[in-house]
Design a binder for this molecule. Structure first.
Ligand SMILES: [Fe+2]
Length: 171
């Protein structure tokens, strides 16, 4: 008997964006284009990443996040919320995990527009550069929980779920 090799998983980044994530992407791009809405709120945390809420439409969370070098998240999902984010300063690297545990890293800069994050995406985000980075993230429905993942010998494994309404928290 012969077996057919499985097709490689399609990276989530290659999938078309849903209407929900497209709407969130337009929202974060619109906020990014109006620095008066976010620039006065920018702070950096040397000990840990820093974030604050921005004004948002009903049913949506919008957060401003700042990232010094080496600050980043663990592999996580958004608990069923759609999301989008855009970088307004510096460079962030987003890594998306496939179910077999492969990671696909893509840098994002202010010239890169917004990245959509479908509810089933598992990713991490970090600043690998000396220049501080600033990003704007939107989630809908409003963030309620996140699950964290590890890459093991059998692929991507969920290790913890936390209730949270704060963005991109650590495990
Ligand atoms: Fe995330």
């Amino acid at each position: 008997m012969t077996t057919q090799p499985l097709s490689p998983p399609v990276p989530a980044a290659a999938l078309p964006a849903s209407e929900a994530t497209r709407t969130l992407a337009a929202l974060v791009r619109g906020i990014a284009a109006r620095p008066q809405l976010w620039r006065p709120a920018v702070r950096f945390g040397a000990a840990e990443r820093w974030w604050t809420r921005l004004d948002a439409p009903a049913g949506v969370d919008v957060w401003l996040l700042t990232w010094l070098r080496s600050q980043g998240t663990d592999l996580h999902d958004h608990g069923g919320s759609a999301a989008a984010f855009t970088v307004v300063a510096g460079t962030l690297t987003e890594s998306r995990a496939t179910r077999d545990g492969a990671l696909h890293a893509v840098p994002l800069t202010p010239a890169g527009g917004a990245r959509t994050v479908e509810p089933d995406v598992v990713h991490d985000v970090r600043n690998d550069h000396d220049e501080p980075a600033v990003s704007i993230h939107a989630y809908a429905p409003r963030l309620q929980r996140m699950s964290f993942y590890a890459v093991t010998g059998t692929g991507l494994t969920r290790v913890r779920t936390v209730r949270t309404d704060e963005p991109e928290v650590d495990a």
